[in-house]
Ligand binder design. Structure first.
Ligand SMILES: Cc1ncc(COP(=O)(O)O)c(C=O)c1O
Length: 303
């Protein structure tokens, strides 16, 4: 759609981004290993830039952020139809730095390039706002939604405030009435029951728990990224190697599963928690306690 609207062919996305597994979305994504199966040249129109992690850039000055942004984008205007990004990148469990996002918005506007935000994981209250891009205080041109839009049924949608460039943007199950009814009910429930505010409040409780946990284990837990009910924390090998401890994370996730708590298997040094927005506070604390005890059991074994 961006290509048709702008008449330009190239796409910018970020390293380690994930936008899905269909040919088009996998080509746009930033995981090189995910593209091994593709015929050569299939993703030649895509340029992956390093993701500007908030946790690494938050201490930089405004002028450092500006130069960093310029080092990425200067001279790239030609042929670019759109920039697509996740506000919260699932693989790195980190947010795009806010000032970088504002530069990006301005650059896209100045160069008539569409800014697409993938809210499939971060949307619908998960980060304490309806959409995670609201943390940046900007407005994207296109927002891509899925997952929590219906809270169950397979529904996705593309939001934009212009008409599709071509009337043939349709599909067999497009506007499926059951999917739409589920999505409407889900959104109403979210808003009527103040779940976005709850996401912020319970997120603060979760963050406080994990920060205390980090204080107890400074050699293992190095970094925490929590916004709303979405938390990622990084576990490294002891010592100064700064190497992520993938084995320990896998062991913790399996141990927690044995003890009745399901978390995401990330195959990285990150433990990611994204519990339901409706979770009662006592269940949240109980789950976190189980995760912490699983962690303690696993570091005892690893020595
Ligand atoms: C940010 C993001 N974009 C796109 C997708 C793909 O969504 P689906 O699996 O519904 O195609 C996912 C799924 O995990 C995602 O997290």
């Amino acid at each position: 759609m961006a290509m048709m609207r702008t008449g330009k062919e190239r796409v910018i996305s970020f390293r380690d981004s994930f936008h899905g597994k269909t040919t088009g979305s996998q080509a746009v994504g930033g995981k090189v290993s995910g593209k091994n199966w593709m015929p050569i040249g299939m993703s030649n129109h895509v340029l992956n830039l390093a993701f500007p992690n908030k946790s690494e850039l938050r201490t930089k000055s405004d002028s450092e952020i500006e130069s960093f942004f310029n080092s990425h984008f200067e001279g790239l205007e030609k042929d670019i139809s759109c920039v697509i990004t996740e506000p919260y990148q699932g693989f790195s469990a980190d947010f795009m730095e806010t000032r970088y996002a504002k530069h990006l918005r301005r650059w896209c506007t100045d160069n008539k390039i569409l800014l697409i935000v993938d809210e499939i994981q971060s949307g619908f209250g998960r980060t304490g706002k309806l959409f995670a891009y609201e943390h940046w205080d900007i407005r994207p041109d296109i927002v891509v939604c899925g997952k929590a839009i219906s809270s169950s049924l397979p529904v996705s949608c593309v939001l934009m405030d212009f008409d599709t460039p071509d009337k043939s943007f349709n599909s067999t199950h497009g506007s499926n009435p059951v999917g739409l009814a589920a999505s409407k009910a889900s959104l109403e429930y979210l808003l009527d029951n103040n779940l976005i505010e709850e996401s912020r409040n319970k997120g603060d409780i979760m963050k406080a728990f994990i920060e205390e946990w980090k204080r107890d284990y400074p050699k293992n837990i190095k970094k925490i990224n929590c916004t709303g009910l979405l938390c990622g924390f990084y576990i490294e090998k002891e010592g100064n190697s700064k190497e992520e401890n993938i084995q320990l994370v896998n062991d913790i996730i399996e141990e927690a599963l044995r003890r009745g708590v399901l978390s995401v298997y990330t195959n990285s040094g990150t433990i990611k928690i994204g519990c339901p927005l409706t979770i009662p506070v006592d269940a949240l604390l109980e789950g976190l306690q189980v995760l912490k005890e699983s962690f303690e059991a696993c570091i005892d074994i690893q020595g």
